[in-house]
Design a protein around this ligand. Structure first.
Ligand SMILES: NC(=O)c1ccc[n+]([C@@H]2O[C@H](COP(=O)([O-])OP(=O)(O)OC[C@H]3O[C@@H](n4cnc5c(N)ncnc54)[C@H](O)[C@@H]3O)[C@@H](O)[C@H]2O)c1
Ligand SMILES: [Zn+2]
Length: 324
């Protein structure tokens, strides 16, 4: 069976797509419409649903403990499985719990946000946060199967949807000029989302296949994230991850790319600039986890559909940030 399935309506025919034996724990959060986890659970004779509070703060040891405690309390064995139904938060947490329990039980991922469908669910990275450090405790534990059903995106609010689109623009910018042009030509992003999901998953799968353990190439997915992370932190929750990445991309591309990127972001109601001062951004970048003594590894786009890695010193980064 194929590892990643992308099919509109897949959630309505799960029985033909996965055949786990034994007990099933469906892990979801309370922001995911209940119909989705209920539907998934209904296919299996012995299924339980564990709902955790929505939000990034649930990627924690406390939530991990609640999942492990549920599995142990219901006598789950190594032959049973865990299915995550939700966004990247649920996928990262659920995947990590599955990788730890009894040294690893089968994990299936059914991502329900645009970001998790195109980015987080494929590639096997699982994690929780600790001591305010994102994803610092985790594992590489690819799902036995990722089932992507674009129809579940209909319940996603516009802001979440746009945030996911920013990551799609990111992937197109570095890796597919045809996807970038397709996005430029589209008039209704929701109407073309199946193709966008399909092409982004193909890009992500290709990158992961060539660099499974994040040795190098996989860093291309960080395009826009160096300044983006700083903007996200400095905005104290006002800007979403995707909105911050949208702005972050504008710092690391050539003028000719910027001339196409800005109108595209504006069309999707994504911001392309910020009023956060360069001083503040620089101080956050200095604390970036990817910063080493000699500088920061960044991704630069000179021409749409291609990229290069550039290790920049702090002085060079400062010049770019002040130069905007
Ligand atoms: N593992 C990876 O490779 C990887 C890559 C990128 C991001 N991530 C992680 O992904 C997480 C962010 O993921 P996210 O943006 O999906 O956020 P999220 O999981 O927090 O979901 C956002 C919100 O959408 C709600 N939601 C989910 N599906 C919905 C639906 N179909 N309809 C309506 N509401 C729905 C959720 O309840 C939540 O409130 C972060 O923790 C990030 O670190 C992981
Ligand atoms: Zn991102």
């Amino acid at each position: 069976m194929k590892e990643t399935v992308i099919e509109r309506g897949a959630i309505e025919r799960l029985d033909s797509l996965m055949k786990p034996s034994g007990k099933v724990l469906v892990v979801t959060d309370d922001g995911v419409p209940v119909d989705y986890p209920s539907k998934v659970a209904s296919y299996f004779s012995e299924a339980f649903i564990l709902t955790i509070p929505q939000g990034e703060s649930s990627k924690s040891f406390q939530s991990l403990e609640s999942i492990i405690s549920f599995l142990a309390g219901h006598s789950f064995s190594r032959h049973d499985c865990l299915i995550a139904v939700g966004g990247g938060m649920v996928g990262d947490l659920g995947g990590f719990a599955a990788s730890c329990y009894m040294r690893g039980i089968d994990f299936y991922n059914i991502p329900t946000t645009l970001l998790s469908q195109i980015d987080a669910s494929v590639g096997g990275k699982t994690a929780i946060n600790f001591d305010c450090i994102k994803n610092v405790v985790g594992s590489f534990y690819p799902a036995k199967k990722v089932i992507i059903d674009p129809s579940v995106l209909s319940t996603l609010d516009d802001r979440q949807f746009r945030s996911g689109l920013a990551e799609a623009v990111k992937m197109a910018c570095t890796s597919s000029s045809s996807l970038f042009s397709f996005l430029e030509d589209c008039t209704d992003a929701r109407g073309i989302i199946d193709r966008v999901v399909r092409e982004c998953v193909a890009i992500k799968e290709d990158v992961v296949r060539r660099d499974p353990q994040e040795g190098g190439l996989r860093k291309v997915l960080n395009f826009g994230h160096t300044v983006g992370h700083a903007i996200e932190s400095a905005s104290s929750g006002k800007l979403s991850h995707g909105e911050s990445v949208a702005i972050g991309m504008t710092y690391f591309c050539s003028p000719r790319v910027l001339a196409r990127l800005k109108p595209l972001l504006e069309k999707f109601s994504l911001p392309a600039s910020t009023d956060i001062t360069p001083d503040v951004l620089i101080s956050y970048i200095r604390h970036d986890k990817k910063a080493s003594g000699s500088g920061i590894s960044t991704v630069y786009v000179d021409s749409v559909g291609s990229f290069e890695f550039r290790t920049l010193t702090f002085d060079e980064i400062e010049k770019i940030v002040y130069g905007k």
